[in-house]
Design a protein around this ligand. Structure first.
Ligand SMILES: [Zn+2]
Length: 164
């Protein structure tokens, strides 16, 4: 990934980044703009709508090969952090989703929509006090589709205590 100085700061890119919330470098960059029904970010570039994570992938990482999908290693559809994005075939993607849903199904905790990775992500947001900025409980709850009390329980280790 190029450093900031190497980035061509075109108007379209500035506009894109205006919709991105970057709480802490290295963690998820959360899309705060329009969303598609499927949960992905929606961005209008050159007169047509594209999924925000695909735009981010192409801008930072390079062209997407024909027929390839852009997947999230962090499993957060609203994330546009290029380091969390990778290309995979549709079949790979489906297989990934199936194994993840099976995995989730087996985890019987309060907040079944969470997994070990999202728990670590949430805790890192609250542990790290860079700039003193922290997302609200509601914001985090909305992203992961859980209630605010669950987010609080995750932070206070009342649930998912076994996740380091
Ligand atoms: Zn991410």
């Amino acid at each position: 990934m190029p450093n900031d100085a190497a980035l061509p700061l075109t108007d379209i890119f500035s506009r894109f980044m205006g919709h991105v919330h970057i709480p802490w470098i290295g963690e998820c960059w959360l899309w705060a703009g329009a969303k598609m029904k499927d949960g992905y970010g929606n961005f209008k570039a050159n007169g047509k709508y594209v999924r925000a994570h695909r735009f981010a992938y192409e801008h930072f990482n390079g062209p997407i090969q024909p027929g390839m999908e852009v997947c999230h290693s962090c499993d957060n559809p609203l994330c546009v952090n290029p380091k969390h994005l990778f290309q995979a075939t549709h079949t790979d993607n489906m297989r990934d989703c199936i194994s993840k849903s099976r995995h989730r199904h087996g985890e019987r905790h309060s907040g079944a929509k969470l997994n070990a990775d999202s728990v670590r992500t949430i805790r890192s947001w609250y542990a790290d006090s860079i700039n003193g900025e922290r997302p609200t409980l509601k914001y985090v709850a909305d992203i992961f589709g859980v209630c605010q009390q669950t987010v609080l329980n995750v932070i206070n280790r009342k649930v998912w205590a076994h996740v380091a």
